[in-house]
Write a protein that binds this ligand. Structure first.
Ligand code: ADE
Ligand code: ZN
Length: 345
């Protein structure tokens, strides 16, 4: 087989793997084309006139560089219809990559602080997720993130506003994102305790730009079910053992980590070392519109650079289904479909 044919075959194989995507910011799936269309629809002045101009700006030296563009980009999202279109487009695109269950984040504070109503954002997203699920058969869960560079008080405010959505199950969990350095998990200990009391699913970004200690502190203080990113854990063997022994999943995002220079290049990515140490590693796309690849492209990029075999990729897809916050009947369906495909490897 030629190299091109091999790459195409690998991509096809990855797309057919039934999988869950567990680390995806809906606002980070805002494609340049949609950004332009929404800017026109809502009469918003963008600093860019074309898809090419927007994409040319996507050159980051660190997480904060990206966050600046990410918060700026989402200013085109104004109405419930905009949020619905965004979520529906993601569901459709994810299904093309074999995503059968998607656990997706949104950042309500980034919208409420621009004067939007929480309900307009959440209702629009939920409508889009439901429409996408109807069209593709992909199930979903919605996780509300607190912005860690804002105050604890603001986190509690948005938590209180979201209460009806926890009650009706439309928002199933809380997460923690934005600038990691200088915003340690202890700042959000009390709001995570309140979310735990409410029976919500808990996750938090840690060890993306921050050190291994940030992962350990997040586990100790926030008592999360999983860690988003967590790649810095590789620097602490005791922490790696802790993650492996306790089956704590990591939602790793290879293309994001390279684009944000959290790792030097894909060959240096710690994903394989963590996986081989027995950690429940999963592969995800984070902010695909900003990092140049949806979930299948993340699998392929990691597989190519790190010499992962098809059986490893199936094991990583299995991790994603096992780590999903999913009802057991749905999990069983996905596991059976994956087993059927994996038996032919
Ligand atoms: N918000 C969106 N993407 C993020 C990332 N990779 N890290 C922290 N916050 C984010
Ligand atoms: Zn993220």
């Amino acid at each position: 087989m030629t190299e091109t044919n091999q790459a195409t075959e690998l991509f096809q194989f990855v797309r057919e793997l039934p999988k869950a995507e567990l680390h995806l910011h809906l606002e980070g799936s805002l494609e340049a084309q949609m950004m332009l269309e929404l800017a026109e629809r809502n009469q918003i002045d963008l600093a860019y006139d074309s898809v090419e101009e927007i994409q040319a700006a996507y050159d980051y030296s660190c997480l904060q560089d990206f966050l600046d563009l990410y918060y700026q980009g989402m200013s085109v999202l104004q109405t419930p219809d905009d949020f619905r279109d965004l979520a529906a487009a993601y569901m459709k695109r994810a299904a093309e990559d074999g995503v059968r269950h998607a656990e997706v984040f949104f950042d309500p504070q980034a919208h409420v602080s621009r004067g939007l109503a929480f309900e307009d954002v959440a209702d629009g997203l939920i409508e889009g997720l439901m429409a996408g699920a109807e069209e593709t058969g992909t199930s979903w869960g919605l996780i509300m993130c607190f912005l860690r560079d804002r105050s604890e008080e603001e986190a509690f405010e948005v938590f209180t506003t979201a209460w009806p959505y926890f009650d009706n199950g439309r928002i199933s969990g809380v997460g923690l994102d934005s600038a990691e350095i200088g915003n340690p998990p202890e700042k959000f200990e009390r709001v995570f305790a309140a979310a735990r009391d409410q029976g919500l699913y808990l996750c938090a970004h840690a060890g993306e730009e921050g050190p291994a200690q940030s992962v350990a502190d997040t586990l100790d203080l926030l008592q999360v079910h999983r860690i988003d990113h967590g790649i810095a854990a590789v620097n602490d063997p005791a922490l790696v053992d802790r993650l492996a022994d306790n089956g704590i999943p990591l939602t790793v995002c290879p293309l994001s980590n390279v684009r944000l220079r959290c790792v030097e290049n894909m060959k240096e990515h710690p994903l394989k070392r963590l996986y081989e140490a027995g950690v429940c590693v999963t592969i995800n796309s984070d902010d695909p519109a900003y990092f140049g690849g949806y979930v299948a492209e993340n699998y392929v990029a990691a597989a190519t650079a790190l010499d992962l075999r098809k059986s490893d990729l199936a094991a990583l897809a299995l991790n994603s289904i096992g780590a999903a916050n999913l009802d057991e009947s749905r999990r069983l369906i996905l596991l059976k479909d994956l087993a059927a495909l994996a038996s032919n490897i």
